[in-house]
Design a protein around this ligand. Sequence first.
Ligand code: XIL
Length: 349
Amino acid sequence: MEKILFETYKDYFRVGAAVSGVIFNDDFRVKIEKKIGKKINCEKDTALLKKHFNLIVAENDTKMERIYKAENDFDFSAADKFIKFGKENNKDIRWHTLVWHNQSPKWIFKGEKDSQATKEQLEERTKKYIYTVGERYKDDICSVDVVNECISDKSFCIRTKDDHSMWREIMGEDYIEKAFFWAKDAFPKSDLVINDYNLEIIPQKRQAMYELLKKLLAKKVPVNTVGLQMHISMYNPPVEEIEKTIELFGSLGLKVIITEMDVSIYNFEDQSTKPITAELLEEQGQRFFELFECFKKEAKKGYLQDVLLWGITDAFSWKNNFPVPNRPDAALLFDVKGEPKPAFIRINQ
Ligand code: XIL
């Protein structure tokens, strides 16, 4: 009998997955089917999700642009379906994400007649959003990404307009601490997460996050968890760097979680396309095995709490369109037909 993945890791961490709206929202699936002119078969994804994962997060449906339609106008129709799906299937549920420069509605940064919003306007809107979401879901959500991707890859400072973020521009650097204080009020029982990518890859970015966290903690800002997105490659970064990153943030007394893991078959700068061979997938399996051994070790040390994959089968992975559009990748545990890949077999022994 095949083992259940989350049971394999029950003494270490929860094992989660990001869920696309096509799985829990029939109206959305039908809409997409009409748009692309063919049926979407996500039955395997749904069955695998229900069986092997005990923690879920919405891949897109709990982002601000999906919910915050206009001043005082909230659309919770998709988010409600996501939460209902999680509760009916006995899954723990994460919220992704409250404050982020991407997938936020443009209107919140605008004032009268297309001018820029004032500091007061943006603060009021952000606060209102956080409190309204908390009011509705605070009892259902175990952990919340409060601030996502706030550190610049270029300057290693808090992102500015040059890095496509208007939060700091309009509210000032302390938008981060304000968001956490509001989130603490709105979600009193949830872990409050600062989430980012490449922290295990770019040492300067990791250091910048470390310095930021030290400042926040000195001011008693209620951040208690660091989320490492972990969009990595088969070839990079070395496991030792990941281990170092987890321990660095753990040393601040914070919990660490892996929030969006996938392991691309391509190296970062690689723009080419290659065949997905059995040999390549074996190699990927070895990489997943080594990563999960590291995660076990870091869980035993008390640092690592959760590991979430950013999807279930390779059929619906965002990596098939990022960073190169329409290039099939194979970054997850199950293949496009929903069959277990060596990666799944190696980590589920
Ligand atoms: C991605 C989704 O997977 C895509 O479907 C969507 O088109 C763009 O966003 N970091 C994040 C996630 O925090 O929200 C992103 O998700 C992937 C990178």
